[in-house]
Design a protein around this ligand. Structure first.
Ligand code: EPU
Length: 427
């Protein structure tokens, strides 16, 4: 859906408190994992995002009924799987939906899922998903733009991932939970979203050992029961608002954060001269008192500096005098923010996955988000500068940031979507 642009006016100090949403990237696989049980499951802390609506649409096709019981509380129930296929029209909207392959395979013994295709910043292969499923006994075929998976008995055996993959680890876990086999995954992802999926599944009666380590042992169980679970806070949203506080040279209090999930971002901002006070489940980020200094950043899988805040960090560093170097080997083509930041006067040169950034004040401009985190970089950049930045591509921001304009206004920002506001008022 084409939405009206977001209008941002910056150059003023932000202040106050912002409650961080619960994690999009943990919520999506947990919602998919509810397919493994025939009993009702209630999930708390589900952010109201278009990506969540997309996965619910897919689950509805598969046979899940759902109801919202509160702003962020969702009950899902899949008494029977009605369709073992995930069609292109639904999968192509969101790559994360590819993990329904493992979940349907586990529950029904067979599944067909469309190839997810590329995304705005280049190819995102699924070879590791397929190799893992094959290694533990599934027959996986690829033809006509579909992946088909079948198993004759329980999955059993081991696989060593060739690289750390969050989605590949999710898919292999989901496929292996039911039955009476034992699946060992080596070089598995230790990402927070993998740990949260495992804790959720274990709370329903799964037997998965090793969460948070590179070796996972999944012993099949006959069935999963229903239950209730709260998804972890969103470390990427928290990182985005930490960077916003720094970029706007402001002081913001962030609540609902897992400090232990944010150590790489916290360390890098402190290195730049940002003051960060941590307490319990909140933090105060203060960038008012010192001149920020340039830094070098290289993304890594968790617990390293996340690729999902690389564009936002690049926007911040574009405002910090001196030379910074940002490298994103996790997603070498994740650079759609660069051309848009250039429109705002940013001095960024790109070579391969390396951005060399000469910091200087930015100017307001008309820009376009081509993906979610590029959009975040643009609202951060817009909030550093006077004048009106008009951001197109708001549908991408709605994939990952709940009620963004409203929450930005709560901390003193000018952020409006004029016609959307009018449409809301007429509802
Ligand atoms: N990779 C392969 N083969 C595979 C799978 C991955 O080569 O079969 C490579 C990827 O190309 C990439 C690296 O492995 O270079 C890591 O990819 P991963 O599989 O971990 O990514 P993902 O599971 O597809 C999730 C998040 C992304 C986030 C990445 C990396 C969700 C829904 N998506 O994707 O989040 O960038 O992990 O942390 O959880 C976002 O929220 O903006 C977003 C894109």
């Amino acid at each position: 859906m084409q939405l009206t642009p977001l209008h941002i006016r910056g150059g003023r100090e932000l202040s106050g408190e912002i409650a961080i949403q619960h994690s999009k990237n943990a919520a999506l696989p947990i919602i998919v994992a509810t397919l493994l049980s025939s009993e009702p499951i209630t999930l708390h802390g589900i952010p109201r995002l278009s990506d969540v609506s997309t996965i619910l649409e897919l689950l509805n096709h598969i046979g899940t009924r759902h109801a919202w019981n509160g702003p962020n509380t969702l009950t899902l129930h899949t008494p029977k799987i009605l369709n073992t296929d995930a069609p292109y029209a639904l999968v192509s909207k969101m790559r994360a939906s590819f993990i329904v392959l493992g979940a349907i395979l586990a529950r029904m013994g067979e599944a067909t899922v469309s190839m997810p295709g590329g995304c705005a910043w280049g190819p995102r292969p699924v070879d590791q998903h397929v190799k893992a499923l094959r290694a533990v006994g599934a027959e996986v075929t690829e033809d006509d733009g579909h992946f088909g998976a079948k198993r004759s008995g329980s999955l059993n055996g081991s696989y060593t991932f060739e690289l750390l993959t969050v989605g590949g680890t999710h898919n292999a876990i989901l496929a292996s939970v039911l039955g009476d086999g034992v699946v060992t995954l080596e070089n598995a992802s230790i990402d927070t979203d993998v740990v949260d999926l495992i804790e959720f599944l274990n709370s329903l009666g799964a037997d998965i050992q090793g969460a948070g380590s590179n070796t996972l042992v999944i012993r099949g169980v006959p069935a999963l029961r229903g239950g209730e679970y709260t998804v972890i806070p969103d470390r990427i949203e928290a990182g985005t608002f930490m960077i916003l506080a720094a970029a706007a040279r402001s002081r913001l209090k962030l609540t609902n954060v897992r400090l232990d999930h944010l150590t790489a971002v916290t360390a890098k901002l402190r290195e730049m001269g940002v003051e960060i006070q941590e307490e319990g489940t909140s933090m105060v980020v203060d960038a008012r008192n010192r001149e920020l200094i340039p830094v070098n950043v290289t993304t890594q899988s968790y617990p390293g500096f996340p690729t999902d805040v690389q564009p936002q960090m690049s926007a911040l560093l574009a405002t910090v005098p001196g030379t910074s170097v940002v490298q994103d080997p996790v997603y070498p083509d994740r650079l759609t923010h660069v051309a848009e930041l250039h429109r705002m006067g940013a001095k960024i040169t790109v070579s391969g996955y390396t951005q060399v950034i000469q910091g200087a004040p930015l100017q307001a401009a008309q820009v376009k988000a081509a993906d979610l985190r590029a959009g975040a970089a643009l609202f951060i950049a817009g909030l550093t500068t006077e004048g009106e930045t008009v951001i197109d591509g708001v549908q991408y921001l709605n994939r990952g940031y709940e009620r963004l304009a409203e929450r930005l206004r709560q901390i003193g920002a000018y952020a409006v979507q004029p016609e959307a506001a009018l449409a809301d008022a007429m509802d």
